[in-house]
Design a protein around this ligand. Structure first.
Ligand code: AMP
Ligand code: MG
Length: 294
């Protein structure tokens, strides 16, 4: 990793297969968090200093999104796996934008989107993974979580909604849960959209000033912004405790929306290509019966 490259973004030179991704973008690829990375999550790593021209990244993203659509078709038909992308990030970090742009590439028939708000009274009577397990994508489906069970070690921790004796054991519970999903065919990838304090200010201000965005603003958003450093600590520990081989975390520099979409689309293409989904062969009985098809 060269100086100036944010932690978690490689400058390796591997290629996407048959790709149409220009060489100058080789360096831009997410790398999984390792337990002992000791990420700082400072403002500097929410952006990348010197980027290739914008049009190059926009065009490459379009190529990746087309590739995603083709991969999804085979993935859906193949049906041996599910894919789950977990999106976490502070308010206005771009979770909705990723779903709109990157997931917008997919055929909606094969997509499951789930968003997690404060638990209902019924959900609070169950263990914290109860509501999550129900919306894990089924085989053949590509799912995305807008927030997730990680709120139970983030918001719950920072807002003091449960004591440490309750939230701390959840790191191990989450790892066991995700391992079990992975062993049952669910491919899990997790992205923390890392936005700087300055960029969050700009985006929240826009929500305050633009009547079409007012509805997105909650009182809790202001309170959470005031607890910036506590959230940073909670995110750091979450990343180091819960980035596993079966379900790795990626930190996405998210101040720049164009770059953010490119990085996530690329990671998803890499993930789906590694599964190498195949269209199932025609059933022998159908083939036989189809002999006389006129
Ligand atoms: P939004 O993503 O803007 O719709 O906001 C959802 C809100 O629900 C955020 O403030 C989250 O912190 C909150 N939330 C989600 N899950 C939980 C949870 N398990 N416990 C407490 N708050 C949560
Ligand atoms: Mg919000």
């Amino acid at each position: 990793m060269s100086n100036g490259t944010p932690v978690g973004v490689s400058n390796g030179s591997t290629h996407i297969k048959g790709n149409g991704i220009p060489r100058e973008l080789d360096a831009l690829r997410l790398e999984a968090v390792h337990r002992d990375d000791h990420l700082k999550l400072g403002s500097g790593s929410a952006r990348i200093g010197e980027l290739p021209p914008r049009e190059v990244i926009v065009e490459a993203t379009a190529t990746l999104l087309t590739r995603l659509a083709a991969l999804q078709e085979a993935f859906h038909a193949d049906g041996r796996h599910a894919l789950l992308l977990v999106l976490q990030g502070r308010d206005a970090s771009g979770k909705d934008g990723v779903i709109k742009t990157v997931y917008g590439a997919f055929n909606p028939t094969g997509v499951q989107v789930a968003a997690f708000g404060p638990p209902t009274p019924l959900e609070l009577k169950h263990d914290f993974l109860w509501r999550v397990h129900q919306v894990v994508p089924s085989l053949g489906m590509i799912g995305v979580f807008n927030r997730s069970h990680y709120e139970d070690v983030l918001a719950v921790r920072v807002r003091n909604l449960a004591p440490e004796s309750v939230w701390r054991p959840r790191f191990a519970q989450i790892n066991a849960f995700e391992r079990s999903l992975a062993e049952n065919g669910v491919i899990i990838r997790k992205c923390m959209l890392h936005v700087s304090r300055e960029e969050q200010y700009v985006r929240l201000k826009e929500r305050l000033d633009d009547p079409r965005k007012n509805w997105k603003f909650r009182l809790e958003d202001l309170k959470d912004r005031a607890r910036w450093d506590e959230y940073t600590d909670a995110y750091r520990e979450m990343l180091s405790e819960c980035s596993t081989r079966e379900a790795p975390w990626f930190v996405v520099p998210a101040d720049d929306k164009v770059l953010r979409n490119f990085l996530i689309a690329r990671m998803l293409v890499d993930t789906l290509e590694s599964v190498d989904p195949q269209f199932p062969a025609m059933d022998a009985a159908v083939r036989e019966a189809a002999r006389g098809f006129t």
